[in-house]
Write a protein that binds this ligand. Sequence first.
Ligand code: PMP
Length: 431
Amino acid sequence: TGALRLSDGLLERRNRAFGAGAALFYETPLHIVRGEGAWLFDVDGRRYVDMYNNVPCVGHGNPRVAEAIGRQQGTLNVHSRYLHEDIIRLAERVAGLHGDFAQSVIFSCSGTEANEIALRMARMATGRRGILCTDATYHGNTELVGAMSGLPAGSERSPGFRSFPFPQTFRTPEPGLSGAALTEAYLVGLDRAMDALEASGDGIAALIVCSILANEGLPDLPPGFMGRAAERVRARGGLIIADEVQSGYGRTGQWWGYQVTGFTPDIVVTGKPMGNGVPLAATTASRALVETFRSRTRYFNTFASSPLQAAAGHAVLDEIESRDLLANAGRVGAFLKAELKARVGRWPGVADARGCGLFLGVEMVGPDGAPDLAAARAVCNGLKDRGFLTSNAGAFNNVVKIRPPLVFSQADAEAFLPAFDATLDTLHGAG
Ligand code: PMP
C-alpha cells in the first residue's frame, strides 16, 4: 500500500532532499509513477482519475506531445537569437486565438514570469506604477508578482499595489444584496482602491485579474461586473491584464475565460497548459505594447522562445483543435456542474457548486455557514481513497477544486459521482 511504501523512507528522504515544508497533497501522500490521459497510476498499479491537474491539458503521457518534443530535442534546441519558423508561427497562432487587440507575444517559462512582464509592460506604457488586484488572488511567486498574493483584504500590500474585495454572489458584503446593487457595491470597492493609488501618487497602470477568479474560489459574479470594472479602470487611464494561466486554453469550454465573464483585456497572460508540462508561458498584447516593452528592456529569457517550446506548443494546440477538446470541456463540464448543483444541500456542509467548463468548485461550510476548510480537506482525502484526485482552493481554502485535464471524459464524470456521494455520506456519518 501507499502507507507501506512511505515507511520505506521516501517521505523522510523527500524532507531531507527538499527541506521539510515542501507542499504535499493528501493525508497519505500519493506515490505516482505513470500517467495516461486523465488517469494517474501509483506505485502499486492503482488507477486514479486526475481531477486536479490542468497542466497536462491534452492528457498525461500524450503521445503527440511526447513525439514532438522528443523529435525537436533530437534535431535542434537553442535560444531565441536566431530565426526559427516554428516559434514565430506559434506566436502567430497564440495571438490569433484572441480578437483584434492582440498581435504580438513575449514567450517565457512560467505564469509568474509572464505576469511580471505584463505588469512591467503596463507600467512602461502608462508611465504610472499603480496595480489593482483582488484581495484573495495569486499571480505568482517573484517579489514583484508575489506582492499581490495572499494578503488581507484591502491591505496596502507592497508600494504600488492595491487590492479590492473580489466580487461574488455567495458571501455578499451585506446580506441580501444581489443583482445590479451588488455589482455597484463591488465597483465602489474598486473605486476606493483606485482613489488610494491616485492619492498616493502612483496613479493607475493596470488592473490584473484572473478572468474567472480561480484562486479566489471561482465565485459566481454579480451581473456585468468584469465589463464594468474594465470600463472604470480604462476611464482612469489603466490597462486591463487578464491572467489566463488557469482560465485559458479551453478550460471553460471557450478559449479564454474573459469570453465567459465578458470583458476585453489589453494584455493576456497564459502559462500552465500551453506546453502540456514543457515550461511555456506567454504575454500577449498589441504590437505597440509589446514593442514598448522590448525597446525598454531588451528582454531575453534563456529557455524561452526555443524550438522545444514551439514543438510542445504546436502539439498542444493541434491536440486541442483536432480532438475538439473545447467542446468536451463544455459538454462534460456542464453535465458535472448540473449533477453537483443537484447535490447542494443534500448534505448540510455542501453549500454551493459553481464554475464553468472543466473548472468547478464545491463550497464546504460548517453548521454556522462559515467556511469549513477541514471539511473540504476531508472530502479531498475521501475522494482520493476512492480513486479521484481533487484539492481545495479559494479565499478560505474551503472549496473543493475540480479541474481535470481537458481529456476528462463523460465516463470519468459518471464514475466520479458515486464516489462523491459515498465520500459525503461517510463524512456525515451515513456511510
Ligand atoms: N496566475 C495564476 C492565476 C495562477 O494560478 C498561477 C499558479 N497557480 C500563476 C499565475 C503562476 O504560474 P507559475 O506557477 O507557472 O509561475
